[in-house]
Design a protein around this ligand. Structure first.
Ligand SMILES: Nc1nc2c(ncn2[C@@H]2O[C@H](COP(=O)(O)OP(=O)(O)OP(=O)(O)O)[C@@H](O)[C@H]2O)c(=O)[nH]1
Ligand SMILES: [Mg+2]
Length: 443
């Protein structure tokens, strides 16, 4: 099935032209009606489809909208679009429906971003975060902060304009503590941003370690299919392979790399170079080793990266039933190691444990909040919140430093505008262009 959506003042006219048998006056809003769809230029039957009218402003875009639920496939939806174009409509641009929804006040910009994230979502966690954002979870908090700043500004202005009035002047300490509270709230939102960005992009988890350690075998086990070549020859993997997987509802980009060692062989050296580049963009490293000790390569790696590392002791099945005891304790001594797991890709031992550990190692903040708190997922949102934060901080510092309140209060306006721009209360055309360029047509 496909839905062809027409939005604008002439939506009903387009519908009348492509569905002449339908009595539009008799088609009540938001009720589907079965109708034949014709090409108005030839009169040819194109499809039989369900047609629904959404008169503005109670529609997605806020304008009159008509939705034609037609058969899917290659040709039918294209023919229905063509029929609508003949009837006077034109093909929508990327994100144009959401853009109009924004311009008509149906969505704010943070909600528009949520629509894009919702469509892109490849993990349950981003899906849920987008729904919270679409529900104005983040927007409401931003709007509340903006209102508090406006109120503070107004209070101070009132105090300045009517100093002789009976109202007791606002005590400075109260204004300062209000500013502190706003700052704390902004910080709370900003704290979700690093994990929020990973939620959209997927956390990069690089499997690294000595040749033959079992990295590719583990990669295949985690991905759930034989993507990487596995042989008993050390130095099998020469390139970086990447796959997206969802673990515990969170998105991960697993990268299998060439075994790290000093090699003279040209191809292998290139592979190791690729591995180092992958490590440089890792959010988490799975250090795979089959030996009971981590050698010089491990120490070198540890000094080069500054992301958490999980030590994966591979090939558990080859070591009999004995407990790892001593070595697990030794590993626990590394403060920067996020965990130690024993696995076997032959018996499946430890794989579940590892799969549980990855979300906790990367998304601990989001897991702690239970996924019910709005998450800042985009650079644009971070920049606006940081700008607002900086201005409020300046206001607060000057107040405390004895700068007269009316002068200090000039910093509140830029803070308000940063939040306004974030919500799109004031629209900036190039911001809109960048934002909607991400959308696909029909959204
Ligand atoms: N018994 C056993 N053998 C394993 C296990 N994991 C991997 N192997 C074997 O170890 C050898 C190397 O496995 P790979 O997955 O290719 O190792 P790698 O780390 O990717 O090796 P390079 O790509 O050469 O760096 C293969 O013969 C695998 O079958 C395991 O859990 N148990
Ligand atoms: Mg390999």
């Amino acid at each position: 099935m496909a839905v062809v959506r027409v939005s604008g003042a002439a939506a009903d006219q387009v519908l009348a032209a492509v569905a002449p048998a339908l009595e539009i006056g008799r088609a009540p809003p938001r009720e589907a009606r079965l109708s034949a769809i014709h090409d108005p230029s030839t009169g040819d039957l194109v499809d039989r489809a369900l047609v629904t009218r959404f008169p503005g402003p109670a529609s997605y875009t806020g304008e009159d909208v008509v939705e034609i639920s037609c058969h899917g496939g290659w040709l039918v939806p294209a023919l229905v679009v063509e029929a609508c174009v003949v009837a006077g409509a034109r093909q929508a641009e990327r994100g144009e429906f959401s853009r109009r929804a924004y311009l008509n006040g149906k969505l704010d910009l943070v909600q528009v971003e949520a629509v894009a994230d919702l469509i892109d979502a490849r993990s349950r966690a981003l899906h849920r975060a987008s729904l919270i954002q679409l529900d104005r979870g983040l927007s409401e908090r931003i709007a509340a902060l903006r209102e508090r700043l406006i109120r503070t500004e107004a209070l101070l202005a009132h105090h300045l304009d009517f100093p002789e009035e009976d109202d007791a002047p606002v005590p400075l300490t109260e204004v300062v503590s209000e500013a502190d509270d706003v700052l704390a709230k902004i910080d709370g939102l900003l704290r979700t941003a690093p994990e929020g960005a990973l939620l959209r992009e997927g956390a990069v988890v690089v499997l690294a370690g000595a040749p033959n350690a079992g990295k590719s075998s583990l990669y295949n086990a985690l991905v759930g299919e034989d993507r990487a070549m596995v042989t008993e020859v050390p130095g099998t993997t020469r390139d970086a392979l990447e796959s997206t997987v969802e673990l515990g509802g969170f998105p991960f980009r697993l990268v299998d790399t060439a075994g790290l060692r000093d090699s003279e062989e040209r191809l292998e050296m290139m592979g190791i170079e690729v591995a180092r580049r992958a490590l440089a963009r890792a959010d988490l490293v799975l250090y795979c080793t089959e030996k009971m000790a981590v050698g010089a390569e491990f120490d070198r790696l540890r000094s080069e990266i500054n992301v958490p590392m999980v030590i994966v002791h591979t090939k558990r099945d080859l070591r009999g039933a004995g407990a790892p005891g001593v070595w697990a304790e030794e590993v626990a001594g590394y403060v920067d190691v996020a965990g130690y797991v024993e696995v076997s890709t032959v018996t499946g031992h430890g794989l579940g444990d590892l799969q549980d550990r990855l979300p906790r190692a990367v998304f601990s903040g989001l897991i702690e909040t239970g996924g019910e708190v709005p998450v800042v997922t985009r650079r644009r949102q971070v920049r606006a919140l940081e700008a607002a934060r900086e201005a409020v901080e300046m206001f607060r510092r000057e107040l405390e430093g004895g700068v007269p309140a009316d002068l200090a209060a000039t910093h509140l306006r830029p803070a308000e505008s940063a939040l306004e721009e974030l919500l799109g209360v004031v629209s900036v055309d190039d911001v809109l262009d960048v934002l909607f360029a991400d959308f696909c047509i029909g959204k």
